[in-house]
Design a protein around this ligand. Sequence first.
Ligand code: DGY
Length: 322
Amino acid sequence: MPDERPVVFVTRRLPEAVEARLMRDYRAVLNRTDQLYDPASLAERCQGADAVLPCPTDRLDAGVIAGLPATIRAIATFSVGYDHIDVAAAVARGIVVTNTPDVLTAATADVAMLLLLAAARGAYSAERLLRSGGWTAWAPTGQLGIQLTGKRLGIFGMGRIGRAVARRARGFDMAIHYSDVAPVPPEDAAGAVYHARAEDMLPHCDFLTLHCPLTPQTRRFLDGERIGLLPDGAVVVNTARGGIVDDEALIAALTTGKLAAAGLDVFDGEPKLNPGYLALENAVLFPHIGSATVETRNAMGFTALDNLDAVFAGREPPNRVA
Ligand code: DGY
């Protein structure tokens, strides 16, 4: 009997349990070696497939989408962010686009807190001191950082992850300010102060954490001018997308001491990053690990598959973005 299960082209190696479900329910074309595919080859590689399951490392721009075979019905990305996909181009071709929200909220909010703490307490330079053998004695004035307790945290983007960070930060007795296109319901705001204009929030941010999607409107949001609105000695954290920050402006502010520290999990053009970051003692730098827990990566894969299952069963996928 011919195998009529849909063919799903998967661009990256996925967690074992996710690949097992893929192979059970689909004719899956897997990437066993996890090599990064050249974007120019993606459309060609998708020949014969009914859906593609990409990751944020794949750029599905208008050119790639134009080249996808007519058989492709869905792009089910293994991510909540979908700035790597030209959604309008997909819609124009009648291709459904889905993502994986919710399941990575906790893990990403945890990393935002980790970076807030690590940046504020100089975790990188403290650990470097110890490992380099430079720690000679406990000192009353050594390695002094900034305390979170009682400080003001500004959240730019009060979506799922922003709210989860707010919940965690309340546990550190931080006062929450936020800015978004609209205020969140009072039960979600839980006393957080809303600022319709980010520029009005920035002067109140001892700490600023970014949680908006990368769009043409948010690209380079944190530029020199907005950094100038932050209190002197503020701490900046970014677990959203590198493109939201103007790297040169952030590096300059960390170098002059305008900003005390930064914690960054994402970089414009990653995995390449502005080399200026590497020289900074007051920056904690992670290689985009926000969602990197076993539980979360499994859940992201299963969510992507729930979306595909719905598409191929003729149902509305639970996480359709277009
Ligand atoms: C996403 O899903 O968009 C994240 O950046 C991956 O961690």
